[in-house]
Design a protein around this ligand. Sequence first.
Ligand SMILES: Nc1ncnc2c1ncn2[C@@H]1O[C@H](COP(=O)(O)OP(=O)(O)OP(=O)(O)O)[C@@H](O)[C@H]1O
Length: 294
Amino acid sequence: MTENDNAVRVRGLVKRYPDKVAVAGVDLDIHRGEVFALLGPNGAGKTTTTEVLEGYRRADEGEISVLGIDPARGDRHWRSRIGIVAQSSRDEAELSVAELVSHYAGYYPSPRDPEEVIAWVGLQEKRKTRTRKLSGGQRRRLDVALGVIGNPELLFLDEPTTGFDPEARRQFWTLIENLRTEGTTILLTTHYLDEAEHLADRVGVIADGRMIEIGTPETLGGRGARTARVSWLDADGAHEVRTDRPTAEVAALRARFNGEVPELEVRRPSLEDIYLELIASVGAEPAVLEGAVR
Ligand SMILES: Nc1ncnc2c1ncn2[C@@H]1O[C@H](COP(=O)(O)OP(=O)(O)OP(=O)(O)O)[C@@H](O)[C@H]1O
């Protein structure tokens, strides 16, 4: 495989802090044009990994290639090919939305049209508003506008929708889907399992600095974890079976009950169920879910 096949190629990434190994040997390939979601509990090493890929932190060990370049040696041209929406936004409180987006456009060799980007993130009505007066959700959309103004090939989104209400989150998802349709490669870290399920082509679960598993939202956890649960009620009480063939199981039950099966329920594990099983299997705390409801 050549460098060009993958937007990101990481082998054996290690990052140590004085009192902590934050990333303990991670391998990761992100294909061009895909949306890849990194999931994991608080402190798992997601932000550290992302910051190494962005060139903001140096790896202690490992081979890292981002758009064919080692981020530790990334020059201005390389930097102009990536877009970053970090966890905390920058603060240029006195500029208006339009001023700030135009200002950022000036940093890039072939930026998008600022007015188009402002419209695209749904901030037309705020274009003259000073950024300090924006709500949290509006500020986050502005962050995305600043992340994509340079027309990046690869976009890093670190917990982009934390604090959004459900409607704002849906709107944001549409933005990301549009970017993906245009061919932008996206690395997303998120605390929301439904967000990963909705947006990601593939998901990587990281805990204690290690990549536990990589798969599509449909295949993560393997076949065993995907087993459906069929439950029903009869004179003896509640019953549940786990099965790979829920349709056949339901047909058999219907035959046994002559049609209607009392309290019949067929449940497939959600990505959240599978994530929790994976995290539990390595003894890590699934604190990600507390993050999700705060
Ligand atoms: N600058 C730093 N100095 C020392 N330790 C750090 C530093 N940055 C992160 N760490 C530690 O490294 C570990 C990984 O942190 P990181 O921020 O990468 O995790 P994360 O998965 O992004 O977590 P969260 O979901 O909470 O953002 C944590 O134990 C954290 O405390």
